[in-house]
Design a protein around this ligand. Structure first.
Ligand code: HEM
Length: 374
């Protein structure tokens, strides 16, 4: 359950490591992961970014599984919707909602850091922005999306157990997330308008909606709850945030560095790639470990220590290069609203019990996080 000692061992082995059990190469050092994310011509996403062929075939038409120039064209649909000027429209609402939420949690004293704290804004705000109908199936989307991430791992019983989630999500997207059912003025409508103009195909639109559902919500919840967990375990760091709330952005960046919500995706090499004397043959699948790169002692001194003043704006938690996360502004705004609200109202954050992890092949997050605040 703690991948970090394993990553440290893998980083120590060399610039690239061949993982024979999965017939896959892995890059674990920051100095190799970040440049590989930029180098899409040699580290291609076009054959998918999951660790098994079934998922990669199913993801065909997804922005995540494309290279430029097509990737740039399809991505425009996303960036149109996620441009800061649109996203900022929800900013005031976010602050108010976060304030009300934290007032309520402070009154309760004890609460769950995942379901009561981290989930509320992504579920209330992001699912509305995407435009999914406001019905009882909304909460289920989160579980299906987590399952879809888990299904991206190497073949195993655990990976295969998520097939029903993948099927449920696909069924939902084709029957419920249709243009006539999506909320008006939502990202979803922008996606389907792009189909109407002939900018993207219907399949690309469906895959884009799937990317919204998967990439947009569970990642944010994981990032916010992991940061809360780190703040609870590091009271001195919370005291710094309380004293100087301008450190809130740094605290969230540091939380994402320490516990990258997306731990890894893969690429395929288009030619032989030489990395400091190790050759990765053309056509190899290569894991790029964001989680390990962010903890690389060669890049971040004392990497396992949570320090709100570190301000690691160069971490790869949001990826880097052509596929860098277009939802970054939105996720960051939600987190800032929540931690600012906490900083002005809460003196002490304590763990009120043992956190429970949700094992997942891609997402590092928590299922339960018992918290007490004063
Ligand atoms: C803390 C929250 C988030 C984290 C840690 C995160 C992380 C990432 C990472 C690592 C990538 C790079 C994928 C790659 O290298 O292939 C990515 C891409 C992406 N993210 Fe996020 N993300 C977050 C929030 C969001 C949100 C809120 C949205 C949308 C509402 C979103 C939508 C996307 C999309 C569509 C892509 C694919 C971009 C492309 O392939 O060009 N993400 N994200």
């Amino acid at each position: 359950m703690d991948p970090y000692p394993h990553y440290a061992a893998l980083r120590g082995l060399g610039p690239a490591v061949y993982l024979s059990e999965y017939d896959i190469y892995g890059l674990f050092r920051y100095e190799h992961v970040r440049p590989a994310l930029v180098d899409w011509e040699r580290f291609s996403s076009a054959e998918g970014i999951a660790m098994n062929p079934t998922t990669n075939e199913a993801m065909e038409g997804s922005l995540l599984g494309m290279d430029p120039p097509r990737q740039r064209e399809v991505r425009t649909v996303f960036t149109d919707a996620l441009r800061p000027k649109y996203v900022r429209k929800v900013a005031d609402g976010l602050e108010q909602l976060a304030g009300q939420l934290v007032d309520d949690l402070v009154q309760r004293g004890e609460f769950d850091g995942v379901t009561d704290f981290a989930r509320t804004l992504p579920v209330g705000i992001v699912l509305d922005l995407i435009g999914f109908p406001r019905d009882e199936q909304r909460e289920e989307i989160l579980d299906w999306a987590l399952g879809a991430f888990n299904y991206m791992g190497p073949y195993s019983d655990h990976q295969a157990s998520s097939l029903p989630d993948v099927q449920a999500l696909a069924q939902y997207l084709t029957t419920k997330a249709t243009p006539e059912k999506l909320l008006p003025d939502s990202f979803g409508q922008i996606v389907w308008e792009a189909v109407g103009r002939g900018d993207i195909t219907e399949n690309e639109a469906l895959m884009t909606m799937s990317a919204y559902a998967c990439a947009g919500v569970d990642t944010t919840i994981a990032g916010i709850s992991s940061t809360l967990w780190l703040l609870a375990r590091n009271p001195d760091e919370w005291a710094k945030v309380r004293q100087d709330p301008t450190t809130v952005p740094g605290a969230f960046l540091e939380g994402l560095r320490m516990e990258a919500p997306i731990q890894s995706f893969t690429r395929v090499t288009t030619c032989n790639v030489d990395l400091d004397g190790v050759t990765i043959p053309a056509g190899s699948r290569v894991v790029l470990s964001y989680g390990s790169a962010n903890r690389d002692e060669r890049h971040y001194p004392d990497p396992d220590r949570f320090r709100v003043s570190r301000n690691p704006s160069d971490s790869v938690a949001f990826g880097f290069g052509v596929h860098n996360c277009p939802g970054r502004v939105l996720a960051t705004m939600e987190a800032h609203a929540l931690f600012n609200a906490l900083a002005s109202r809460v003196e002490k954050i304590d763990l009120a019990g043992e956190p429970v992890r949700a094992p997942n092949n891609i997402i590092r997050g928590l299922e339960r996080l018992p918290i007490r605040v004063t």
